[in-house]
Design a protein around this ligand. Structure first.
Ligand code: AMP
Length: 475
């Protein structure tokens, strides 16, 4: 079995509990469709008619996996679903979610967005006691802890298990007749709750990573699942309990920088508002004399709009993205990744020729993309290329559910801003300050963020997986 060299978990989750109309389960499919950007390599749905749970999961996009034929077999009144970006290779389907097991507490299905930072230690302990694991996934640890719990009811066993894991988890879980939604005590990843689908009061209860999934379903957003909260929806109605007291909030700021869709509310705040403000703040901090603001699509578009509005420099789509390129091409090798940029983006020569360009993107990770794009813009006739990044330099890997490479591969962990400028071949390069980032994302009384990828200061105890463990021991 191939073991991934690091956690790769960028995921979206959805859960639905509805009245007995098979059609309603298609809402789970539609919800996943709206969360496709959170993970494009595998997807799955577990559905139940109240008595028996069935799973369907596969590699590929939601639309490819859930054909009319597959959907017609998804009978039942409740479901949970998951989209995942994982590693390529044989091990990926094995790790696709939701995980569905039969246990001493009945059927348990789990779909997880985030990463458990103490999963390796728990797994080693359980394996030494004879537990047998089927996947490489940290999420499976949680399923074992629920099954092994001495508590007698499933909600109590879940609460017990949730108290034993550390890190980031927005979870939707299911038994044959109930759904459960829980968030870690720090609220790292988003998870919202809705009801009243199609305007029918309490017609259905839905949970999803982002509110854009609710919009597609035509449902009303009620509130976020609170940090430390476990919500249970079953035949008897809805109940909520806190399995843990909330810890200081550390919601992921990268959700606002890049990961979530601008049409979503995330942590109760509009991503569009944050992202446009990131661009405005960037223009205030790092203005430059230029002719055109050009975003790197799609990730730089909204910040680009903000930068142009604040600076007064005209905004143009001078890089065109081919939206029909699948992620199949994005293999871990550097040469393929370089090729991938050309497949995805093409410059509009008539706009760029003879112009001084401000290029806006959300982040530089390895530097490969920016280097290619700067070259592309120059070869299309731009006279100057000024790169502006709508967050601070990414210097530390994320252990809470965003796919980042090791510190060795993070260009900003190894080079100064000027060295990066030289590497990508730009005339100038500037990043947004940490203070500017937090301000733009509304840090303050109502929300406080984890920005460990920019500071190296992790809000939980962290075993630095990269530095003290051999790659083959990681899960
Ligand atoms: P790189 O070539 O490694 O510097 O990648 C930079 C590009 O990857 C930027 O255009 C970002 O929008 C995008 N990006 C940043 N973070 C991530 C991530 N965690 N997963 C996928 N893409 C990302």
């Amino acid at each position: 079995m191939q073991i991934p060299d690091k956690f790769h978990d960028e995921c979206g989750v959805v859960a639905i509990f509805s009245h007995p109309e098979a059609e309603k389960l298609k809402l789970a499919y539609l919800g996943l469709h709206a969360l496709q950007h959170r993970g494009q390599e595998s997807a799955g749905i577990v559905s139940s008619d109240g008595l028996v749970s069935r799973v369907h999961k596969a590699m590929g996009s939601v639309a490819d996996i859930f054909t009319e034929d597959v959907l017609s077999k998804l009978h039942g009144t409740l479901a949970i679903g998951h989209t995942r970006y994982s590693t390529a290779g044989d091990s990926a389907l094995l790790n696709a979610q939701p995980i569905l097991v039969q246990s001493n507490k009945g059927a348990i299905a789990v779909a997880h967005n985030g990463n458990l930072v103490n999963a390796t230690a728990i797994r080693a302990r359980l394996e030494s006691q004879g537990s047998i694991f089927q996947t490489n996934s940290d999420t499976e640890v949680l399923v074992h802890l629920i099954a092994l719990s001495k508590e007698h009811t499933l909600p109590e066993a879940m609460a017990d298990a949730l108290r034993r894991v550390e890190g980031a988890f927005s979870l939707v879980m299911m038994s044959n007749d109930r759904i459960f939604a829980a968030r870690d005590p720090r609220g790292f990843r988003p998870l919202g709750k809705i009801s009243a689908v199609d305007g029918h009061k309490h017609d259905a209860f839905v949970f999803a990573s982002e509110t854009c999934a609710f919009d597609l379903i035509g449902a009303e957003y009620i509130r976020d699942v609170k940090p430390g909260e476990l919500i249970i929806v079953g035949p008897e109605g809805v109940s909520s309990r806190f399995y843990s007291t909330a810890a200081p909030q550390s919601s992921c700021i990268f959700e606002h920088v890049y990961f979530s869709r601008p049409d979503s509310l995330v942590f109760g705040r509009s991503v569009q508002t944050s992202r446009e403000e990131l661009g405005r703040q960037l223009a205030r901090e790092a203005g430059v004399d230029a002719d055109l603001v050009v975003p790197v699509p799609d990730s730089g578009v909204t910040a680009g709009v903000g930068y142009a509005a604040e600076s007064g420099i005209p905004f143009r789509f001078a890089l065109i993205r081919n939206h029909y390129v699948g992620r199949t091409f994005i293999e871990p090798s550097q040469s393929v990744r370089d090729f991938g940029v050309k497949l995805k983006l093409n410059p509009v020569r008539s706009l760029l020729e003879g112009k001084r360009i401000v290029l806006i993107d959300d982040s530089i990770v390895r530097g490969t993309t920016s280097r290619k794009i700067v070259r592309m813009v120059r070869s299309a006739g731009a006279t100057e290329v000024h790169m502006r990044i709508s967050c601070p330099p990414t210097i530390s890997p994320c252990y809470y559910g965003v796919d980042t490479p090791s510190r060795k591969q993070l260009i900003a962990a190894n080079k100064s801003v000027d060295e990066i400028r030289e590497y990508i071949g730009a005339d100038s390069l500037a990043y947004l300050s940490l203070e500017g980032l937090k301000k733009a994302c509304g840090e303050g009384e109502k929300i406080s963020y984890c920005s460990a990828c920019y500071t190296g200061k992790y809000p939980t105890d962290i075993v630095d997986i990269e530095e003290i463990q051999p790659a083959t021991a990681r899960r």
